[in-house]
Structure formats: C-alpha cells, structure tokens
Design a protein around this ligand. Structure first.
Ligand code: ZN
Length: 379
C-alpha cells in the first residue's frame, strides 16, 4: 500500500493544453493521459485481470449501479472489496450510478432527494441518493469515487438542464459530506448540457467545493462532436489545473487525441470493448468490420502496424471465421486488439507531450478512417 491519493503534472505541451501527469493511489500510479476500460459488472468483458495488466492498464472503471444490483455491495465488501473480489490490484474508479439510473432503469422519479427507479433486472423499486451512492462506492472500496449527479440526455429543454445543474451542485455537496475518504479520492462532476453559460456556472460551483479531481459529465449523450468540443473548452479553464480532469464516457481514438489537446487527463468508454464484441476493430487508419466477406481469404493481420499479440499471430481470415462461427475466442481476441490500440495511443500521446510536440502528434493521426467502412457500419 502506498500513500493517499495525489496528482502531479510532469510536463505541459507548449502549443496545446495537453499535460502529462501522474495520479498516485493506494493501488499504484496511473500515468496520464490515461484511458480506463469499462468493467461494468466487476469484469472488463472477455478480459482476465492479467490481460489488462499485460496491456499496460493501470486503472479500470466499475459501475456502482450494476454492482449494487448484482451481486450487491455488501457481498463485495464482505469478500474484501472490489479489488480483492475481482482480483485486480491496480486502480479502480467507480461511477456514481447517476448516469445508469437515468438511462437504464425504468419508472424514474427525480426529486432533490434523489432518484426512485425500478431495477432493470427484477423490477424492484429502489432509490439512489447522494448518500446511498457514497455508501455503495465506499463498500466497493474504489480508489476514485464520483459524486452523484443529475445527467440529462441531449437534447433536453433548457429548464431540464437548469434543474440538473442546480441539483448536481446540491448533490455534490451532499456527496462530499457523506464520503469518508481514508486516502481515497472523490471527484465532482460538471453538468450543463449543451449550454455554455450553464456549463460555466456548473464548473465554477463544482470547482469551489475542494474535490480531489473533476469530471465533465453529460457528454456523449446525444450531442454532436463539435458540441462536445465546445463543452470541454468552456469547462476546462474553470477547473483547477492542479487536479485531474476526467472526461466521462468518451470516445473514439480521434476523440481522445482531440480532448487530450484540450487538457483532459482521464477517459473511459465502452467503444473499444463493445465494438470488439460486435466485430468492429479500430486500426491506425480507421475502423474495420471483420464480418466483411472481403476478409474471408485475407492472410494479413488486422493492422500491419499493430504490435499486439493478436496481430502478431492471427490473420483477418481467421478472426473473420471465429466471428462468423460465433466462437467465444472472437470476443477475446477482438477485445485484446482494440484495448491494445487504445493503450498504445495513450502511451504515444504521453511521449509526445513529454517531447513538447503534441500538436504534431495529433495532426499526424489518421484515425477518422475509411468513409466506405464508416458507411457500412451504419447500415
Ligand atoms: Zn493488433
């Protein structure tokens, strides 16, 4: 066990807002900018913990809502906390459950007290409040916990976004008062939808509360790419530079490169893992759908410039065969490749910031991909 939570910036890129940092937790250090694979139910789907270690991941995300419903946070606590339960000794960040209760659960009633909802598993009536979210996250024992927030989908009426900002500040204060850190960190979340003034108001209010880090929430909930950029640009300058900034729920490799340049340090997204299970593989030049007939006899690796264990060993033809045959190995190999690509992108981004040439690095990425492939995916 090392000391309590801390964050240090190690280098700043001269031409962008990108920074190179290091988070220290009781479960080791996290070199930033960092991507966190999503481990919804105490597992990053299709990956064993040693796979994630070999890929170089230092922190993963766990979902408070899912773990509270199944197996229940008391089971996890009795078995030594989430690290011990899932046999993962490195960092864990847990979300607050706010996004899930508002997006997944049925029959939501939102009030200033919290959210009443029915479980998506068995329909039972439950409630989530700031205090309950802190209780669950403390039982799970995550290294970074998130304040409970009100995250509306976009587009929403301005009155709904205003109410969410007011409630997010109210709930952030209650989260902070209920959280017993014991060397762990609590991050506040900025909301405000697609409204610049509300984003700035939320960022100022949350930044004034003394959280160990700050997250920008409510992106990737239906807005356009240009809007995400505007949201991040309006919030980042108002968040303390000496604390980590976490952009929640985003994004593609191209999104990550852009958002690192705007000063974000931490990311999570289901894209690399969910897309892998659907047969969509990220490459250094875009995306590739392994289902396509043209790969049936293709002896080349997924990405000729990729150094992952999958690309060193297997052909596109074999991966296509596994996928078409519904073999479970397809999920595992596809996930290994996509998570390698994300980890490698982050390593190269960190090196570029250290070298003071992040702008050149970002300009040199060809991640938007072949438009022909993008069209096929949307069909
Ligand atoms: Zn690969």
């Amino acid at each position: 066990m090392s000391g309590p939570f801390s964050f240090r910036t190690l280098a700043h890129d001269p031409a962008t807002a990108a920074r190179r940092g290091r988070i220290t937790t009781q479960h080791g250090t996290i070199e930033t900018p960092a991507f966190m694979p999503v481990g919804t139910a105490g597992t990053v789907k299709a990956m064993a913990p040693e796979d994630l270690e070999a890929l170089g991941y230092e922190m993963i995300l766990g979902n408070t809502y899912h773990l509270a419903l199944r197996p229940g946070e008391d089971v996890v606590r009795r078995l030594g906390g989430l690290h011990r339960f899932m046999a993962w000794d490195r960092g864990i960040l847990t979300d607050s459950g706010g996004f899930q209760v508002l997006s997944l659960a049925d029959l939501r009633t939102i009030s200033d007290d919290g959210v009443e909802f029915r479980s998506h598993l068995d329909g039972s009536l439950l409630s989530m409040t700031p205090e309950r979210s802190m209780q669950i996250q403390m039982a799970l024992g995550s290294d970074i916990a998130m304040a409970f927030d009100d995250c509306p989908a976009l587009p929403s009426e301005r009155s709904r976004i205003e109410a969410a900002v007011r409630r997010t500040t109210l709930w952030a204060r209650r989260s902070r008062d209920a959280f017993r850190g014991e060397g762990r960190a609590l991050f506040g979340i900025v909301q405000g939808g697609d409204d610049r003034a509300l984003r700035e108001q939320s960022a100022s209010e949350i930044a004034a509360m003394g959280f160990e880090g700050h997250a920008i929430g409510g992106v990737s909930v239906g807005e356009t790419a240009g809007l995400s950029r505007a949201v991040v640009e309006s919030a980042v300058p108002l968040l303390p530079a000496d604390r980590p900034r976490y952009l929640m729920g985003m994004g593609t490799p191209g999104d990550l490169v852009e958002m690192i340049g705007l000063g974000c340090d931490l990311f999570d997204c289901v894209l690399p893992t969910r897309n892998a299970r659907n047969g969509t593989l990220f490459t250094s030049t875009g995306r590739l759908s392994i289902k396509r007939r043209e790969f049936a006899d293709d002896p080349r690796p997924v990405d000729e410039s990729c150094t992952c264990t999958v690309c060193r060993r297997f052909s596109r033809a074999y991966l296509r065969h596994l996928f078409m045959a519904g073999e479970i190995l397809a999920m595992r190999l596809n996930t290994l490749h996509n998570l390698h690509l994300y980890a490698d992108l982050m390593r190269r981004a960190r090196a570029a910031i250290e070298a003071g040439r992040y702008a050149e690095f970002a300009a040199g990425q060809r991640l938007t991909g072949d438009p022909k492939i993008a069209r096929e995916e949307s069909e």
